[in-house]
Design a binder for this molecule. Structure first.
Ligand code: SAM
Ligand code: SF4
Length: 452
């Protein structure tokens, strides 16, 4: 079973105030990159309750250390490219819902999608997440395939991931063959009754078809999968345990951990009947959720989008987040033009800084902004990726590739003062322990500087 609801509910009912000893022994295991069982996560859920702040701090700190052990200081940056907001579904929380009469509707033509991708390339992006509303007549698989092929052949984008509706195996096979990297579907909530309430009509109504989206993706040949729950729809403790349970299921049944676990939190969306989250998640809880995902599935990319404020995004970097979007627009055509921006967007973003600003900020905070796409290009995906990451050996590659892609970015795309990035590169090279790696990086840096 993908999630065992009774087990999760029993764990939640029994989750009490954790003792120092319990927490410390669980964190010791997590720091060995062994991941956590549902029982162990349940113990950690209440570290913030009843003023247990020192315990909560230990959990957050351990998550930061696990992130450093697996990926080093690097933080991957990407942008979403919204293809269509013409949706046949009616998700109560989304600005793209069919019954939202206020939204200006748009599906990009293939040419427009390429124009958007080119606008993003000129800002320095190398990886994009294609996002599409569900609509068999507009954003169907043939359309998405045409977009993928055109962006790969006409732009310098190196990898395209996809967040779209669940699909049949045949469609997914074609997307995989066209070079889609990660296939991402958020369950929204794993709580069936809430799911059914939130999705009153349209193709998304089927809870089970959505829950099995990743099984079909694997059957179609995808080995990089993205999962997540939309925080705010139901009790976050339930959805967190269920998301990790989904990750365990994928590992046990198919031998692969999810490549990413996204942490989207409900935002206001114009024209959506859900004016406030039924189960609000505070910033402190949000940080704990990020940390628990990191401890539970150490090799997954934990993704925090521009739904969150600049301040909170800074903080989550130290508690386990490893991938962030930047400079995002959530309306089709948002990068090439500012027209109609607010009438057509999916939800309001909270961090509207440009890629330049985010990169500089990340570097100033002591992290290594990375535009790397190397794993996909060399086929280091699925099991190979997780084995290398889980043994603590991927971070050398991450570090080297972050240095090289940041240098390329400084030379090709950066607008602002990039002193902070140069400093980050210098420090990262200084911290490299493997002499051979270091030499290789120095040599390739000189070639980039020489314009190769
Ligand atoms: N239409 C496809 C689907 O629903 O799976 C894929 C694209 S949908 C635009 C991407 C994700 O945006 C959804 O899975 C949902 O989690 C998230 N989302 C929708 N409305 C949101 C809101 N108001 N605030 C934050 N995230 C939202
Ligand atoms: Fe459509 Fe996805 Fe928005 Fe639901 S979340 S209305 S399926 S775009």
């Amino acid at each position: 079973m993908i999630i065992v609801r009774d087990k999760i509910e029993t764990l939640l009912q029994n989750a009490g105030l954790p003792s120092d000893n319990d927490v410390n022994s669980i964190l010791k295991k997590a720091l060995e990159l062994k991941g956590l069982s549902l029982e162990e996560i349940a113990v950690l859920l209440n570290v913030g309750a009843y003023g247990h702040t020192p315990l909560q701090k230990s959990v957050l700190k351990a998550a930061g250390q696990v992130k450093d052990k697996v990926f080093g200081r690097r933080v991957v940056l990407f942008a979403p490219l919204y293809l269509s907001n013409e949706c046949v579904n009616n998700c109560l929380y989304c600005g793209f819902r069919m019954e939202n009469r206020e939204a200006a509707r748009k599906t990009l033509t293939v040419e427009e999608a390429v124009k958007e991708a080119k606008a993003l390339v000129s800002k320095g992006y190398k990886r994009l997440l294609l996002v599409a509303a569900e609509n068999p007549a507009k954003s169907n698989v043939n359309y998405i395939l045409d977009v993928v092929k055109a962006i790969y052949s006409e732009t310098d984008i190196r990898v395209l991931h996809l967040n779209a509706a669940p699909m049949p195996v045949g469609d997914l096979k074609r997307l995989k063959c066209a070079g889609v990297g990660v296939f991402q579907v958020f369950q929204e909530t794993y709580h069936r009754e809430t799911y059914e309430k939130m999705h009153p009509s349209g193709m998304k109504r089927g809870y089970d078809y959505r829950l099995s989206a990743m099984d079909r993706a694997i059957e179609a040949g995808f080995d990089d999968l993205g999962i997540g729950a939309l925080l705010g729809l139901y009790d976050w403790r339930f959805d967190l345990l269920a998301t990790v349970s989904h990750a365990h299921y994928l590992k046990e049944r198919y031998g692969i951990w999810p490549h990413t676990i996204s942490v989207p939190r409900l935002r206001p969306a114009s024209g959506s009947p859900l004016t406030s989250p039924p189960f609000p998640v505070s910033d402190e809880e949000f940080k704990l959720i990020v940390a628990l995902y990191r401890l539970a599935v150490p090799t997954a990319g934990v993704v925090v989008s521009t739904r969150e404020s600049a301040e909170l995004r800074r903080e989550v970097l130290s508690v386990g987040a490893s991938q962030i979007s930047a400079g995002s627009r959530t309306e089709p055509g948002g990068y090439d033009s500012d027209e109609g921006r607010y009438e057509a967007s999916q939800f309001d973003i909270d961090d509207d800084r440009s890629l330049d600003e985010v990169i500089e900020d990340v570097a100033k905070l002591g992290y290594m902004p990375s535009l790397c796409t190397s794993c996909y290009r060399v086929g280091r995906t699925g099991k190979d990726f997780h084995e290398l990451a889980g043994s603590g050996n991927i971070k050398e590659y991450c570090s080297a590739n972050a240095i090289l892609t940041l240098k390329e970015y400084i030379l090709d795309s950066a607008n602002g003062s990039m002193a902070a990035c140069e400093e980050a590169i210098r420090k990262e090279i200084e911290g490299m322990t493997d002499g051979e790696f270091k030499e290789g990086v120095d040599e390739r840096l000189s070639r980039i500087e020489a314009g190769e």
